[in-house]
Design a protein around this ligand. Structure first.
Ligand code: NAD
Length: 544
């Protein structure tokens, strides 16, 4: 039966507008009010059972930090142990479940995301992670559903790959899940990534311990309920809240660790890798390590670039979701001739971006995720302001009274190697280096070598030869190169994301490449006509 199964061809979930006064926004507003009016208990979910006991940590709204939306209770050794045990106990049955039945659960999850749970996912993402209507919609509804649908489709293509067989024998590829459990650790900034990281290995027959970010616990709780309602059996994905370091150190010490699926900062992923290396002698198998990490994404403009298109890319690429996208633009290289036509408009546009409560329609920029983030950006502003090489063009302040608000900020620097051109700050900070038009070729090399990251970049030019040259020189600079477009907003099935160098293992989340990492193949050869004589012809009659 499974050989002829075809997964429905996916298409990207249409993005809703949420125009003021529309029916969809009236419904969503009611859900926002409901979520804002509650203080939720956000339990661990282990083997289908909920646990909520111990010291409570508040989950608050970044743009209104006095508003407590819920509590988590950080997992201790006991809960982590139980989550690992539940994963291991569920593994056999789950891995033997026909792949199309596993896929059906995630296709059902996709429809729950875009239907019954859409408003709740959006409301919790808006309030808990400070995303605007549009940013929450493209993440928590559209991309999350796209992940589930495209992954199911790609899984079918993987299971379809079967070896050739000569007459008298049959070769089969058994696409097994990994032996052991997978640890999925997810970042705060995308509800879609939070749902995708544990579900991708699960789709491919693995069982998972999932530690969501404590800063996105509210929406992660909804994602977990979606998995359960879609029919995911108990124990397949086990959610534990709490401190990443203590949960990871216990999970990584288990001899049954089969893989780590991580998205977050480079430093944390490097620590996870080092820790697994320390435990290498004790593992039953080599764990697969998949990590998508930081970025320092450049927009590089050629003298032939269209300043209007460039302005849009700079504003959206650098400041949507407060610059808290791994793919956000945080450095730009702009030729003097284009800069003359752009500078005042960029300064003016950025200075007038509306910052505030994300439930207000005019808001373009919400709050950064927490106090630590606010302080990190404030320190960067202070340091940049103190340098002769930097000139503040817009922003440069933070306000903490009601929420963690950081002004969208642009510096202009004549030092292309400055810290603002190489380090990730993960917030609304863009630094522009203005170069002489004649230096285009050397600017490409400079952009390639300035930062350790290689996630996304954008090239703006209308001359074809300039685009060609950029694509050649920047071949290893980014896992995703955009031409005349902003460096953010990858669409599943069209541009799956991932980067190299310090940006990660480049396994292209949401693509067949990513699914393949969670498969450990077994070839089965069946001989229909076993040999009955151990001699070979070259031996003549010597063996007789
Ligand atoms: P983070 O590294 O602080 O946290 C990510 C996760 O790791 C969280 O669940 C956190 O609790 C956990 N964690 C923190 N310290 C840990 C430790 N010592 N051991 C184990 N786990 C630990 O990242 P964040 O602030 O949630 O997200 C922002 C970062 O993620 C940025 O660097 C951004 O570029 C990156 N990111 C990358 C991609 C990508 O696809 N490349 C996508 C989204 C975010």
């Amino acid at each position: 039966m499974t050989g002829s199964v075809r997964v429905p061809t996916p298409s990207n979930e249409p993005v809703r507008d949420y125009a003021p006064g529309s029916a969809e926004v009236v419904r969503l507003r009611a859900e926002i009010d409901r979520v804002a009016g509650q203080v939720r208990e956000l339990p661990h979910v282990i083997n289908g059972e909920r646990f909520f006991a111990g010291q409570q940590e508040a989950v608050v709204s970044p743009h209104e930090h006095a508003r407590v939306l819920g509590h988590i209770t950080p997992a201790g050794d006991k809960q982590v142990r139980a989550a690992i045990d539940a994963s291991l106990a569920a593994r056999r049955d789950w891995s033997m479940t026909p792949w199309w039945e596993r896929a059906a659960i995630f296709l059902r999850a996709a429809d729950l995301v875009t239907g019954k749970y859409r408003d709740e996912l959006l409301a919790t993402t808006m309030l808990g992670q400070s995303k605007t209507y549009h940013q929450a919609e493209i993440d928590a509804a559209c991309e999350l559903a796209d992940f589930f649908r495209y992954n199911a489709y790609s899984a079918a293509a993987i299971y379809d790959q079967q070896p050739a067989s000569d007459p008298g024998q049959w070769n089969i590829m058994d696409h097994r899940g990994l032996e052991g459990f997978v640890l999925a650790i997810t970042p705060f900034n995308f509800t879609a990534i939070a749902g995708n990281l544990p579900s991708t290995p699960a789709l491919m027959g693995n069982t998972v311990v999932w530690k969501p970010s404590e800063k996105s616990a509210l929406s992660s709780d909804v994602v977990m309920r979606v998995f359960e309602e879609a029919g995911l059996p108990p124990g397949v994905i086990n959610l534990v809240h709490g401190d990443g370091q203590s949960i990871a150190s216990q999970a990584l010490a288990s001899e049954h660790l089969a893989g780590v699926s991580f998205t977050g900062s480079t430093a944390v992923f490097r620590n996870l890798w080092k820790t697994t290396a320390q435990h290498l002698d004790t593992y039953r198998a080599y764990p697969r390590l998949v990590g998508e990490t930081g970025g320092k994404n450049a927009i590089i403009a050629h003298p032939s670039a269209d300043p209007e298109a460039l302005l849009v890319a700079l504003v959206r690429g650098a400041f949507e979701y407060q610059g808290q996208k791994c793919s956000a633009a945080s450095r730009a290289y702009i030729p003097r001739s284009v800069w003359r036509r752009l500078e005042d408009r960029l300064a003016d546009t950025v200075a007038n971006l509306h910052i505030g409560d994300v439930t207000e329609h005019e808001t373009f920029v919400g709050a950064v995720i927490d106090e630590t983030s606010c302080t990190r950006l404030e320190q960067a502003f202070t340091e940049a302001k103190s340098l002769d090489s930097h000139r503040l063009l817009a922003g440069g302040s933070v306000r903490r009274e009601t929420g963690w608000f950081v002004d969208p900020t642009v510096f202009v620097t004549d030092d292309p190697t400055a810290f603002t051109m190489s380090q990730e700050f993960f917030g609304p900070l863009l630094t522009v280096h203005v170069y002489d038009d004649a230096d285009w070729s050397s600017i490409l090399t400079l952009a390639d070598t300035t930062s350790p990251y290689a996630l996304t970049c954008s090239v703006f030019a209308t001359e074809r030869t300039a685009i060609s040259e950029a694509l050649t020189v920047l071949r290893d600079t980014a896992g995703m190169t955009y031409v005349n477009d902003k460096p953010t907003g990858a669409l599943m099935g069209k541009q799956s994301f991932g980067g190299g160098r310090a940006s990660g293992t480049n396994d292209k989340t949401g693509s067949p490449l990513a699914l393949q990492r969670w498969v450990s193949g077994r070839y089965i050869k069946e001989n229909m006509n076993p040999d009955l004589d151990w001699n070979y012809p070259y031996m003549g009659t010597a063996g007789h």
